[in-house]
Ligand binder design. Structure first.
Ligand SMILES: Nc1ncnc2c1ncn2[C@@H]1O[C@H](COP(=O)(O)OP(=O)(O)OP(=O)(O)O)[C@@H](O)[C@H]1O
Ligand SMILES: [Mg+2]
Length: 397
């Protein structure tokens, strides 16, 4: 069918034509927004899930919901070994501008604090001062959020930003994607600051998204994090939701799927949103006419898999070193009998004929790169759905 009218959107963070199966989270979030703006106690929210299940897309949708309520919002993506200060300052800069409206003078004062916070990121021990400047054109405040102790500074900064929102009867949502990649000091400071703000009843929440071990990262940092955050596990779509994700966009273009086609699509995608979009896209292109049939899906499958092999799996596999690839291939082999569930690290070592300790560097690097995760001690699993199958089918060297 006409590729120009193809509605499907495979790609990291690509807004799907139909956000299927997330109504519960969206509705719950509307209540959180209402409550926080009225000074009621509410926990911050953390979305967790495997690669490609739709965390980023949902995070963006929650942010949009906050914007619709007139909140100040900002978003950042955490990166390994990158301090939080600058990206957080940039995100809050946006949030404050959104809130400035009727309080421009107060907003400028808060921006001065945001700037002071950002500038403090310059390594105090450095001989040459960085010439980096945040794009905030008010003078930096002094004596506020600039002590150099990230926890102290974060409390002051967030208190001021949230105070501005409170004066306007609104709130602030700070969205943090890939939150598991925050540096340990920043995680702990962020938890402490959220704790402090919620005790003061200030209207600021963090909305985080990350891999399944993110709750463990947070609770390792602060034992009270479970009371601070509500964890929402974002999962693959069930059959009805996956059908809706495919059908609704087609319907808008006057096209349909046969029931057999939907069944074949679910068998291939297992409802993983990235795969749903990838298969939907190719099935649409190869189908000569509506309705799209199971035969069309069969024709589409090799092309859809080839595209996933490059765009979804291959791009990740390429980030791994030879030793890490060997480790993952062993995981993939062991996964055959376990339906690609978690495998024991000891088994991986056994299969490779190595001492477990000698494999720790490869395992730790894979954890850091977000390719594997560990739900319990001694167990590891791929963060990327169907990755074991991909490795077995492609065995790239
Ligand atoms: N609820 C949904 N219904 C239909 N399609 C969806 C849904 N959520 C996400 N998608 C699609 O799935 C793909 C992956 O979404 P997204 O990038 O948000 O996943 P992610 O969980 O952030 O992945 P990663 O961990 O790799 O960052 C996108 O193509 C998006 O359009
Ligand atoms: Mg994402």
């Amino acid at each position: 069918m006409d590729p120009v009218r193809n509605p499907y959107a495979p790609g990291a963070g690509q807004r799907p034509p139909e956000l299927a199966g997330r109504d519960r989270e969206l509705d719950a979030f509307d209540i959180v927004l209402e409550r926080v703006a009225r000074g009621r106690p509410e926990r911050s929210l953390v979305l967790t899930g495997l690669r490609g299940v739709g965390k980023t897309v949902l995070l963006n949708a929650l942010r949009s919901a906050a914007v619709r309520q007139g909140w100040g919002t900002g978003k950042l993506e955490a990166r390994p070994d990158t301090p939080l200060r600058r990206p957080l300052a940039a995100a809050l800069h946006l949030a404050v501008r959104e809130l400035a409206g009727r309080h421009p003078a107060e907003a400028d004062e808060v921006l001065g604090v945001v700037k002071a916070f950002a500038l403090r990121s310059v390594d105090p021990g450095a001989k040459v001062r960085s010439r980096w400047q945040p794009g905030i054109d008010v003078p930096a405040a002094t004596g506020r959020a600039d002590s150099g102790d990230v926890e102290v500074d974060l409390v002051e900064l967030l208190t001021d930003v949230a105070g501005l929102a409170a004066a306007a009867g609104k709130g602030v949502a700070v969205c943090i994607d890939e939150m598991q990649d925050l540096m340990p000091d920043d995680v702990s400071a962020l938890c402490a600051a959220c704790h402090e703000l919620s005790q003061q009843g200030l209207p600021l929440i963090v909305v985080g998204a990350g891999l399944p071990h993110l709750p463990a990262v947070l609770s390792a940092s602060k034992s009270y994090s479970e009371r601070l955050f509500r964890y929402a596990r974002i999962d693959r779509l069930d059959r009805g939701q996956a059908d809706r994700a495919l059908r609704a966009p087609a319907h808008d273009e006057d096209a349909e799927f046969t029931d057999d086609a939907l069944e074949a699509l679910y068998a291939a995608t297992e409802g993983y949103p990235y795969f749903v979009q990838a298969y939907g896209k190719v099935a649409w292109d190869v189908a000569p006419r509506s309705p799209i049939t199971a035969g069309d899906v069969a024709v589409a499958a090799p092309e859809a898999e080839a595209e996933l092999a490059v765009g979804f799996f291959g791009s990740r596999f390429e980030r791994a070193t030879p030793a890490e690839r060997e480790y993952m291939r062993a995981m993939g082999e062991l996964g055959v009998e376990l339906g690609d569930g978690p495998v024991a690290t000891a088994e991986v070592a056994h299969l490779l004929g190595r001492k477990p300790q000698s494999l720790s560097p490869a395992r730790d690097a894979l954890l850091k790169k977000g390719l594997i995760w560990s739900g319990e001690r001694g167990q590891i699993a791929f963060t990327v759905p169907h990755f074991g199958r991909y490795l077995r089918a492609n065995a790239p060297d």
